[in-house]
Each structure stands twice: as C-alpha cells, then as structure tokens.
Design a protein around this ligand. Structure first.
Ligand SMILES: Nc1ncnc2c1ncn2[C@@H]1O[C@H](COP(=O)(O)OP(=O)(O)OP(=O)(O)O)[C@@H](O)[C@H]1O
Length: 283
C-alpha cells in the first residue's frame, strides 16, 4: 500500500515498535465536556496476552476499551495497531491487520433475527461466502462455545447465559475463505456483571476457551489471539486474566500479574483488593 493511500485509509506509517505488540495506547487523553476522564493512559497489549482492566467505577475503563476498538478517538495521545498509528476512528479493521471485537455486557443481539442470522450477520452482509457455507460456519462457532441446535431460535427463546454464548460466537466467527487471516483481539466489557457465581465461572471459562492458549468445546485451541477484560469481579480477575492494569483518576497507576494483585503494597491496589473504605480512593 503506498503511503498516500494508507493515509487516506486511516493508517499511518510504521514506527519501530516491538512486533509482538498488537495494540498500544500512548499518553491517551479523553474528556467528555469539561469532565476529563483519561489523563495520559499508556499501555501495550501483546500477542497471546489475557489482560484485565480494573479500577473504581466511573474511572474510564469502558472509555479505554472504546478507544482501543476505534469507536472513540483520543483528544490527545496515540493508538498504535500492530505498530501503525491509527488516525481518528477505525472504519475498516482489515487495513490495520488486526481484527478488534468488542463484546458488550448485554449480549446486544438483534431481537428479530434468528441465532443463525445474528451469529453470521457480518458474513451475510460483507462476505462472498454462500449461505450454506455461512450456516456451516455458524454451526461450528456455536458448537465451539458449547451450543447446538439453537440456530433457528430467536434470542427471546434463550436464557441469559445462552445469549452471552451466542454473542461470543458472533465475535469469534470470521471469513475463513480469505488468504490472510489477521489475528483477533477481543475486548470484553464487564462480561460477568450481574451473573451469579456459577454463571460467572461458566463465562470466565468460556473467555479462556476461545483464546489461543485455551481449548474450545472440542478441545481445539481457540481463535482469539489476545483479549482484554474490564471487570469488577474478583473471580474474573483470578480466573480469566493473567495480567492487570489498574486505572485510577485517568491514569494507569499499577500494572502487574494477577497473583501480584493481592500481595501488592501499593496503597491504592491494597484498598481496592480489600474493598476497604480507608485509603486513597474516596467515594
Ligand atoms: N459518551 C459519553 N458522553 C459523556 N460522558 C461520558 C460518555 N461516556 C462516558 N462518559 C463518562 O465518563 C466517565 C467514565 O465512564 P466509563 O464508562 O468509561 O467508566 P468505567 O470505569 O467503565 O465505569 P464503571 O466501572 O462504572 O462501568 C463517567 O463519568 C461517564 O459518565
């Protein structure tokens, strides 16, 4: 791609960053009106990683996910996708060489479409694949998340947990007739919020199972290269992620592996991990 075309397509020139870094936020700032939410957020998401973003309510975690997904543009600072600077909002993930999926807390399925139409939606709209092939792929991906025989159901006929699985199947399905299959990063916004402890465990294991280091319902490695989970739940922190970013007052104030979280001496982390009212975080 020549540079004038790539500039028009919203992708800048390569910068010399590490090849295993899929997404990098560098000094990202974002305000809504006069509310400054992100005040210089910097971090990297690498190949194969399972990362959690935690922090007090309203601190900007969902905003970070939207910036990573290209749904919100930073006011200041930069987002690099596989070493290429993104300009503004992303309109075509193919250009970046990375697919980025955002999985909302509510499954966000189309009520009037069947499960098959929901899961295959992007392929029906954007690919040249035959309807039969899409139907096959839909069945394969539903089965990877442990669902069978629900293709003709409407979302209203499914339980909450089944809807989450359908939403996940929709996020991991891709057009496998293309020559180049880009890696995919999934961003989960509070996937276990409002679920009972057992349903949470099911979702946490599902998130692991679609990751390349996990195994799907057939014992095959998952398709997702890396993922990022915004969560408040300790079980999700422990079970579904390996590394944590702690966001507080618009900045990453602590980063570490999950097992370091409960032993950290950082006063902000200690207060958050224990749920104490005493400490630097004020409500
Ligand atoms: N589109 C928007 N317009 C105006 N304000 C917004 C917008 N999106 C987010 N905000 C505000 O930005 C702040 C951060 O929101 P965000 O959802 O990113 O926080 P969060 O850390 O994910 O919170 P929670 O843990 O409660 O879900 C909140 O005060 C929110 O009201």
């Amino acid at each position: 791609m020549n540079s004038s075309i790539s500039d028009n397509l919203g992708v800048g020139k390569d910068v010399g960053v590490e090849p295993d870094v899929l997404i990098e936020c560098r000094d990202v700032h974002k305000s809504f009106g006069d509310k400054q939410i992100l005040r210089g957020v910097s971090f990297k998401i690498r190949q194969g990683e399972a990362v959690g973003i935690i922090g007090p309510s309203g601190t900007g975690k969902s905003t970070v996910l939207k910036v990573m997904a290209g749904l919100l543009a930073p006011d200041k600072g930069e987002v690099f996708i596989r070493g290429r600077k993104r300009h503004g909002l992303v309109s075509d993930e193919e250009i970046s060489g990375l697919r980025i999926g955002l999985v909302f807390q509510s499954a966000a399925l189309f009520d009037s479409l069947t499960v098959r139409e929901n899961v295959g939606f992007l392929l029906y709209e954007n690919s040249k694949m035959s309807e039969d092939r899409i139907a096959e792929l839909v069945a394969e991906n539903l089965s990877a998340v442990g669902l069978k025989g629900v293709e003709d159901c409407l979302p209203s006929e499914l339980s909450g947990g089944m809807k989450k699985r359908v939403a996940l199947a929709r996020s991991i399905i891709f057009d496998n007739t293309k020559e180049v299959v880009e890696p995919e990063v999934l961003l989960y916004d509070e996937p276990t919020a409002g679920l009972d402890p057992i349903a949470s465990t099911v979702v946490e294991d599902l998130i692991r199972s679609v990751h390349m280091k996990g195994e799907d319902a057939h014992g095959k490695p998952g398709k997702i290269t890396s993922y990022v989970v915004v969560t408040h739940q300790h079980s999700t922190i422990k079970r579904a992620v390996d590394r944590l970013l702690f966001l507080y007052e618009g900045r990453i104030v602590w980063e570490g592996m999950t097992d370091e979280f409960t032993t950290s001496t950082n006063p902000i982390v200690r207060q958050f991990a224990s749920g104490s009212l005493d400490g630097p975080i004020k409500y």
